[in-house]
Design a binder for this molecule. Sequence first.
Ligand code: PEP
Ligand code: MG
Length: 659
Amino acid sequence: MERSTIVRVHEGLHARPATRFVKLAKGFESDVELVKDGKAVSAKSSVKLMLLAVKENQEVTVRANGADAIEAIEALIGYLENPRAGLDDESEAGEPDAAAVTAPPEAVPPAAATINGTPKLQGVAASEGVAIGPAFAHFPAEVEGPGRRLQPGEIDGELDRFRGAVSTVQQRMDRTLAEDNLSAGDRGIVAALRDIAADDSLTGEVEKLIREGDDAVSAVIGAASAIAADFSAVDDHYLNARADDVHAVGRQICLVLLGQDEVSLETIPQGAILIADDIGAWDLARAPLKRIGGVVCGHGGATSHIAIIARSHGIPAVLGLGEKVNELRTAREVAVDGNAGHVIVDPDEAARADFTRRVEAAAQERAGLTVFKSVTPTRADGTVIEVAANIGSLEEIEAAQEAGAMGVGLFRTELLFMRHMHLPSEDMQAETYGALAKAFAPHSVIVRTLDIGGDKPIAGIEFPDEENPFLGWRGIRMCLDRPDIFKRQLRALLRAAVHGNIKVMLPMVSEISEVARTRALIEECAAELKAEGLPHAAFDLGVMIETPAAVLIAPALAREVAFFSIGTNDLTQYIMAADRLNPTVAKLNDVTNPAVMSAIELTAQAGVAAGIMVGMCGEAAGRPDLIPAFIKMGLTELSMSPASIQRAKKTIAAMAAER
Ligand code: PEP
Ligand code: MG
């Protein structure tokens, strides 16, 4: 018995929708299959279902065979046609879908050996400050099976061992899911992993391999690799990322079988220096940042997102060490100089004393700066200089307010999109932007529209393969090509503007038409909201100046917008033609290069001449050595990591005192 329909599930049968569908299917005794393009898979396996890559508006057939086939078809077709009906425990607006899961972090405990050779390793100074502390090396090792063939008499025992390991992993995940303090995002991640651990595709394949004589660890590695390869082969970024989930689950099962414990970032000791080759921005954001004394990575540069997170939490960081980071694998103690960009491995007494003194001096400086929290700095002519915060989530509001932020000069909305495995709904975005506006009112909150590029895929948007993603389909270019996504964000911003002083700015602008086309969309959104009777308010529209083209057309752009915000991170990379993530050209990525400084000055002149506000939200805005020059150029707003705010206010106050 079968019935066909058109799928109305917005995200397609990904993640949580796949989980719901499987849960529904498992409630029936009948064998149930889902068929797409002639390919049929069991509707009771979320892995198989996801691999079918069913998208919204595609035609599928539900096929059932058994005593309750009619009911099964009715329920499953009902779900595909109206996925929101009957939802009791989940709200689309508030909860993310089962999220992108990368392998849970693990670490190799610091070993006793020290390294020989140069004690000072040079990297990129990515987040200022100095720290010294125990090394916490985070280099997840590959698990390896013994590669032993089983004797026929051992097979049943090995099957039991495997089933026991799966059940241990599931119980651990269930315990984690029961924890009250788990965020919705983390819950989605764990739930997705638990589904995979329970999926017949994985367990069935492992059991088959064990019956053929593979030991359990080798069988898990083999089966997980095969399923992961299937996910990697699908032409869909979301599904490609699921390959990591399968590896992560396989790894957990293997660790139980091998009797090994895994060390997560959760266990990082107070004040430890986190050492890794690479660490996902999202993994770092979820780590216990208050306990991390410093960060050292093989990858990353001064404006990579790891650096931005480290700076916003005041954690000294040296990134871009390349292969040299391996020399830190066995370090016991590490000293990090985030100003000079170097790291000392197992410092001797003299170095330890020097760092300890500098750490104390820095703590004293911080304590001395707190008096600037409530200062409103002004220029010689009395004009207020807004010192605002760069943030990417509501969780960072508190740190920004604690620092004395006069509003938000850059809210990076992409984190909102990256956290969830489907595009955030309009309601959810409106709620987030509205909460932000309320928190900082009457100060302004400048929300940057989605700035995502081909180098950072997000679920729900298919990116083309690009030779040069930084020169490709990113920022406003992508948004204008996807009005469905862009309008959802603009409508949310119009709705949020009712709650405070929202301003909106566009990233990666290189042509005036991009502003005009955005304005047309904003008008369309406002008209729709009016017709729907939803409260909304107008907002100021500005642009980021971060491409050489924007600098060169700044006088004309200034007539079209309410403000400029100079994005020195990208502006520097584009003016200098030096990839901001590439440590080998890090020297060229220097905002103080005369070419970049004159681009900033040209922008300021154009903005001042047109009478619009000129601000800066690139990392250079927080540099005390450059702030006086920026203010002299005419900038009246500087937005930076919360950790830099008080020192910036002090610098501006000192300028005023000099006059
Ligand atoms: C910039 O480019 O300077 C900027 C602030 O944006 P992002 O670092 O997010 O690209
Ligand atoms: Mg930028």
